[in-house]
Design a protein around this ligand. Structure first.
Ligand code: PEP
Ligand code: MN
Length: 350
């Protein structure tokens, strides 16, 4: 259920409706919009008696949300969600495209700094890098853990880049939440509901990657898990799904972008690195993603991909990243977007 407040409803009226909902034993989720505030109700198994609610001061109407995802739905919030990062000009979900770049794994301080310097100089606002890696083989490099988080924190200090890194379980979630600006939940964990619930208790943006065989509804239900716990800063990421093709590692399903945008207010990014698994396919698919309406790109960049400890074959060179930025800058205005760069790029060059 959804309580739509009148445009002129006061903060006190919104508060009173939330309290009423909580007294009924449900959870209230006030989601302010440009025109009016909507209050999502969760925790109810069946219908909530709308009679009482409709009588409350400041309430315009009470609507039943028919979709299984409620808080992630555009029915609850019409405007696109824009996630901002205090003290920076970086954002995810607005008119500006968000660009997240960096290696698959943090391998050393030297490696991280060399790559960060170059992606910052090209205008990325976010630096990615795995500290905890979900690897198919238990014998493969598992990540540097806390040491990598410390290195990324230095990268933030030095280059002004916001840090995006993955939590793979409850233990790493606590550490990642302490050090990162955006907590990534990987494709393999998209349906790890206890991890999603814990991520929902954080007050940090959560980036959820689409599971290898997840439908749109399953993907949005994962976002709903995080939001149902009170964390509304969720970013979706298409990273390719498993199909029968053998020319790419995964099939990048760009057609999910317009579908997400139609039914949800949450930002959707595209990862052309895992989505293709092939360096030469990354740039074309990044261009296509922006053309299709993605809110940004998360891409793997490595200065020596042949020596990378993970995902070298799909990592682009810093020079290719610079070309990608130039190309996206030209495509962005065609679809009503902008590629902001400048502050970080200038700072990195200075
Ligand atoms: C990654 O971003 O390096 C990663 C492991 O991604 P995914 O969860 O999409 O496989
Ligand atoms: Mn990777």
């Amino acid at each position: 259920m959804l309580v739509v407040m009148k445009a002129q409803a006061t903060q006190e009226e919104i508060q009173a409706v939330c309290e009423h909902i909580e007294q009924l034993g449900f959870r209230a989720h006030p989601l302010p919009g440009a025109q009016r505030t909507a209050i999502g109700i969760t925790g109810n198994q069946g219908e909530v008696d709308r009679g009482d609610l409709e009588e409350l001061s400041g309430v315009a109407e009470v609507i039943r949300v028919s979709k299984p995802y409620k808080l992630a739905s555009r029915d609850v919030k019409q405007e696109d969600t824009v996630i901002r990062f205090a003290g920076t000009d970086a954002s995810i979900g607005g008119q500006d495209l968000a660009i997240i770049a960096g290696p698959c794994s943090i391998e050393s301080r030297e490696q991280a700094f060399a790559i960060a310097e170059q992606v910052a100089a090209s205008g990325a606002q976010f630096f990615r890098g795995g500290a905890y890696k979900p690897r198919t083989s238990p014998y493969a490099f598992q990540g540097l853990g806390l040491e990598a988080l410390r290195i990324m924190s230095e990268v933030r200090e030095c280059f002004g880049l916001r840090i995006v890194t993955e939590a793979i379980d409850n233990e790493s979630l606590d550490l990642v939440a302490e050090w990162a600006d955006v907590v990534q939940i990987g494709a393999r964990n998209m349906q790890n509901y206890s991890l999603l619930k814990r991520a929902g208790q954080l007050r940090k943006p959560v980036l959820i990657k689409r599971g290898l065989s997840a439908t749109l509804e399953e993907f949005l239900m994962s976002a709903e898990y995080v939001m149902s716990e009170g964390n509304y800063e969720v970013i979706l990421c298409e990273r390719g799904v498993r199909t029968f093709t053998d020319h790419t590692r995964n099939t990048l399903d760009l057609s999910i972008i317009p579908s997400v945008r139609r039914v949800s207010h949450l930002p959707i990014l595209v990862d052309p690195s895992h989505g293709t698994g092939k360096r030469e396919s990354v740039l074309p698919m990044a261009r296509a993603a922006v053309a299709a309406g993605a809110d940004g790109i998360i891409v793997e960049v490595h200065d020596h991909p042949e020596k990378a400890l993970s995902d070298g074959p799909q990592s682009i060179y810093p020079g290719q990243f610079a070309s990608m930025m130039n190309e996206l800058e030209q495509i962005a205005p065609v679809v009503g977007r902008k590629l902001p760069r400048g502050i970080h790029a200038k700072a990195a060059r200075a």
